[in-house]
Ligand binder design. Structure first.
Ligand SMILES: [Zn+2]
Length: 274
């Protein structure tokens, strides 16, 4: 879950290339241009009715996205895959190797090839969401380009409980202080719609094994917090993966009492649980 820096794509100047390749779109070129402007004005929220396109126009818009003919100047779409992201902007899981249409193309075909609507995402949450952000949806997902401010105020953590020395990984949580009810509702909706539970819990277990597998040992919990946890925070913040699952895992770990950390990571501390 993170915001992204938008790379400016001249959508309005690309549009004539698309309509000259797909002639059936020419009668609605101006309407599409107006819809692009409105999308920016409303920050992508699914509150504006979709354009009234005929089936052939809808097919042409979706074909433009799927086929990306050179003549339509859509080669920039392929570059979205080469994003270098270590975590998914939507859920925070690993990588972002698919393209998410923030407003789904089935409902809003006019934004099928609109750069602000095309975002890198991981496959698991992309499949899970499907058409969730369709017209009239009561709550919208967080938009990595437009919800920067809200995203910067969220600090996710994994709810970790320790029972008899065994960690139990709960859902992703965050501190709600200072957020309005509407903001909380959006963040909760975003997490519920994006986090694939199986992938998430497997990642938590893998991160826990990773800690246990460390060959280096630290004399105290305080040293462990300083050398391991703080370093992981630093790495996540440096790469912009502030709310990745990795970040949330270490954040959750850091919230535990010393005693619980001692029990969980005794073998990497060189001390025994008391
Ligand atoms: Zn994802």
């Amino acid at each position: 879950m993170r915001s992204l820096q938008y790379k400016i794509i001249p959508d309005r100047s690309i549009l004539p290339a698309i309509t000259s390749h797909y002639i059936i779109l020419q009668p609605i070129e101006l309407e599409i241009k107006t819809a692009y402007r409105r999308y920016v004005k409303t920050k992508g929220l699914p509150i504006t009715p979709p354009l009234n396109t005929c089936n052939e126009q809808k097919d042409a818009l979706i074909a433009a996205y799927e086929n990306r003919p050179k003549a339509a100047k859509l080669e920039w779409i392929d570059l979205i895959y080469y994003n270098g992201l270590e975590s998914c902007p939507f859920c925070g899981g690993d990588g972002a190797r698919t393209i998410e249409h923030y407003l789904p193309k089935a409902c809003y075909p006019e934004f099928s090839v609109f750069s602000l609507n095309l975002l890198p995402s991981c496959g698991s949450c992309n499949t899970k969401r499907n058409n969730i952000n369709e017209y009239g949806a009561p709550t919208a997902l967080l938009h990595p380009y437009f919800d920067k401010l809200l995203l910067s105020r969220i600090s996710l953590y994994v709810d970790i409980k320790v029972e008899y020395g065994i960690p139990e990984f709960g859902p992703l949580l965050y501190d709600q202080d200072g957020l309005t009810e509407e903001e909380i509702c959006r963040v909760d909706h975003h997490i519920d719609s994006s986090v694939d539970e199986i992938t998430y819990f497997n990642k938590c277990r893998a991160l826990f094994s990773e800690i246990r597998g460390r060959s280096m040992r630290w004399p105290t919990v305080a040293e462990f917090r300083k050398e391991v946890v703080s370093y992981e925070f630093y790495l996540c913040q440096k790469s912009g993966d502030y709310n990745s699952w990795r970040y949330a895992f270490y954040h959750g770990l850091n919230r535990l009492e010393d005693e619980d950390i001692n029990v969980l990571v005794a073998d990497v501390l060189g001390t025994q649980p008391t």
